[in-house]
Design a protein around this ligand. Sequence first.
Ligand code: FCB
Length: 450
Amino acid sequence: MTNTLTDTPTPAARAAALTRRDFPAGFVFGVATSSYQIEGAAHEDGRSPSIWDVFCAQPGRISDGSSGAVACDHYHRWEQDLDLIAALGVDAYRFSVAWPRVVPAGRGPVNPAGLDFYERLTDGLLARGVQPHVTLYHWDLPATLQDQGGWTNRDTAYAFAEYSAAVAARLGNRVASYATLNEPWCSSVLSYEIGEHAPGTRDRAAALSAAHHLLLGHGLAMPEIRRHAPQSQAGIVLNLGPQESASDRPEDILAARQADGRFNRWFLDPLLRGEYPADTWADVGADAPPVQDGDLELIRVPNDFLGVNYYSRGVIGAQGGVLPEGASVTDMGWEIHPQGLTDLMLRLNADYPNLPPIYITENGAAFADERSGDRVHDPRRTEFLSTHLNALLNASQAGVDIRGYFAWSLMDNFEWAYGYQKRFGLVYVDYTTQERLLKDSALWYQAFLK
Ligand code: FCB
């Protein structure tokens, strides 16, 4: 479709016509998952319970009453899943390692059988010509560490560095990139303050303490990764999004600034500038975290990359987040706003002189997909992915150093507090038979990558 007046393609038409050749040479395209969301096999080969096993067992925590105990049974079906990944034609696969498989007691002895699984995955990917990208912490903390306060306990940061060293020592340079943490906002604020994720407490001071210890864990783990895997890239993954004011009323502008401080700058500034944002520090008052001398120097460790997970923007009024009139939303109720990805990239580039190269480590959408015979028609997901890739390309062409893009997710999986009710996959999963079926969006991605 073209605009007949000017003959320039509309953004949607330009997006639909995109192929990987429009992106810079070497740009990495992949798909992503995480351990608890797909593996299952919760009690096998020495894995101990994680905080998510505990959380899912508490009535009312998960909307469909489910858990990740079986999930996509990927722990047993990994070979066929790797074949599927290879068939998509992606360059890379981002997965996470379950800490309770590798160090079941949280701290102390390493369980070789746990590492064996991730070594099989790593070698299986390499054998298929797919780069392995590892995330060390995608929220499945060993439950025994939660008994000692979880991330509110400073010792957890040291335990994380030891566990990270064990993984990097085994997988070494075979892994293309190691990300220490996935989305520390979620594993602190959403988990300890909002209470929607494990461990489900509601305490702002606890959340800020957890966030600080997560960042400290990143700072402590980075040198361990570099020591054991000097040729791999090492960095961190944040969930970020523009937090825009709902109007130009001063109270809305103030609320948007505060939201930006809590959501974006609270993590970006310590990592990239070595300081917490002064305005937000003042906003949180007595709930500010216990920072010890030297912590910020550790946290400001150089990263080879910054992973960014982008799903939506926030539109913020004095009363909280609002949905702009006429907004289209995904099945999560999140506004679909590709321009936010361009805006976010440009803002990071402008505000952080030390910004490392960026990978979009997650982007995608849930829709209520239904199977019709052997097909799953999900045109809205294809449109979501292509318009966001187009938005990313705009930022790349404007000079932001963006090196790759991972679609969330390879396949439908356990979507945390929503259980199996939200489908983010490019591949459909029938949870009764564990059958996998490429959705139309997967066929589109395959064609885009050809
Ligand atoms: C992100 C998480 C990922 C998935 C998507 C939808 O916050 O990193 O595990 O749940 O959201």
